[in-house]
Design a protein around this ligand. Structure first.
Ligand SMILES: C[S@@+](CC[C@H](N)C(=O)[O-])C[C@H]1O[C@@H](n2cnc3c(N)ncnc32)[C@H](O)[C@@H]1O
Length: 260
């Protein structure tokens, strides 16, 4: 059997076993990553790797964690958070209506928690809620635990560090109040329902891994989930070409607004 056919079968089995359609992810990049992981287990054939995934739940978990690339940080790309603090959040809050923010592909929770930190200062007790979703259940458990290594906090302004984190054994523990402000939920962006009526959606450093067709389909669905004038924020190394075809206009680097 050729390696390409092997990979086709591997994709089908992974879809059944893990619930992720690898066909929606950039193939070259995904295959390179999977091959690297197989090498670590000293395996060269996909069929053999599938057998191992069947036999050993800890390797299956390692494989799922590895596929979903969880790198994240609080206040990642400070210019984006500066724009949120000074422009986007004030704009959505001043409408005087309930505000809904969705962090899609939230990983360890650093992204939704950063927004909760800003909102507690801007609109304490205000009528806002933050939803945070990810496919990976084990990363959602980490997000809910709220315990972080120092390197995830390097962009956190000093005043927020002091107010919201306690250092313990070299880690930083987020305060219970901030933790209680996020509703975490497992969700597969490729198959599950989207949150409707959002004021701001962040889907950052998630769709760089998807094929262009999947990215376009997701952007269409994200735009449908935004209220008129709502904001859509992507990662700083991502881009939307010709945003008008999705009824979006670019307002800042990585920040788009729905054309109403
Ligand atoms: C690199 S992290 C980005 C975290 C955060 N948004 C940030 O920019 O710091 C990418 C996240 O996307 C999630 N992800 C990948 N594929 C997904 C899918 N199909 N549905 C939902 N989440 C997915 C991964 O589990 C991972 O936690």
């Amino acid at each position: 059997m050729t390696a390409i056919m092997d990979y086709e079968i591997f994709k089908q089995k992974v879809k059944i076993k893990v619930g992720l359609d690898l066909g929606s992810y950039k193939e070259q990049q995904m295959r390179r990553r999977i091959n690297q992981l197989m090498q670590r287990y000293n395996i060269s054939a996909y069929a053999e790797f599938l057998e191992l995934l069947d036999k050993d739940p800890s390797i299956l978990k390692h494989f799922t964690d590895y596929l979903t690339i969880n790198t994240s940080q609080f206040f990642r790309d400070p210019a984006v958070y500066q724009a949120l603090e000074t422009e986007l959040l004030p704009n959505v809050l001043k409408k005087g209506e309930p505000v809904k923010i969705w962090s899609a592909g939230c990983s360890i929770g650093a992204e939704p928690y950063s927004i909760a930190i800003l909102l507690q200062e801007k609109a304490p007790g205000g009528n806002w809620r933050i939803m945070a979703t990810d496919f990976d259940l084990s990363i959602l458990a980490k997000a809910k635990a709220g315990i972080y290594p120092d390197n995830t906090l390097s962009n956190v302004p000093q005043r927020f560090r002091q107010r919201h984190f306690t250092e313990q054994d070299g880690n930083f523990i987020l305060d219970e109040r901030t933790k209680s402000l996020i509703q975490f939920k497992q969700q597969n962006l490729l198959t599950d329902r989207f949150e409707p009526n959002c004021d701001i959606i962040l889907c950052r450093n998630v769709f760089i891994y998807f094929t262009v067709e999947t990215q376009d389909a997701l952007i269409t669905r994200f735009t449908q989930s935004l209220k008129p004038d709502g904001y859509f924020i992507i990662g700083c190394s991502e881009m939307i070409s010709d945003p008008a075809r999705f009824r979006l206009r670019k307002v800042r680097p990585a920040i788009y607004q729905k054309i109403s």
